[in-house]
Write a protein of this length. Sequence first.
Lengths: 112, 111
Amino acid sequence: NAGVTQTPKFRILKIGQSMTLQCAQDMNHNYMYWYRQDPGMGLKLIYYSVGAGITDKGEVPNGYNVSRSTTEDFPLRLELAAPSQTSVYFCASRSGSYYGYTFGSGTRLTVV
Amino acid sequence: KNEVEQSPQNLTAQEGEFITINCSYSVGISALHWLQQHPGGGIVSLFMLSSGKKKHGRLIATINIQEKHSSLHITASHPRDSAVYICAVEDYGGSQGNLIFGKGTKLSVKP
């Protein structure tokens, strides 16, 4: 099993550009999450989903959008990129409450 | 005040030493997670605890719900244990899956 796959691994964006960070899992997990990790800070939840067609905002959703049309995929959309969105982004999934998390390898995004 | 505090922030040990990393939290929780972040950046889930103690190989995690404290122990440490160890809690009253993360403890094990 591949687990949680994130693409791309690295990306440089110019201010105002848009992009989609891809996340796919092959474990049939219902719950999926997007986190961002800033230097010296703990991870922060951006958006999460408890199943196909259901998404909800986390702690830091501004500037991002998500969709969950299938169980496997949970893309994160950045519209009008800003320098404050420079961060490392992690996608994670789990089977449900009271289960451990599986993380993707991360996407390092720089907005210049 | 952060809701999840880890200590120490940085830890250097000699190979073979017994290591303890501490995590204190201030909210009611349904579970506590210990994660390992490798130097390359990937994150691996080590333990999920809601009570007592769990052991996996040389790693032991304990939690005291009444004292709102957890510890991660590494026995017979090895240079390959060098990583950032992150404590995260599931807030009992929080939204589904909203882990509250500590800032991590950076461990370096010297040969």
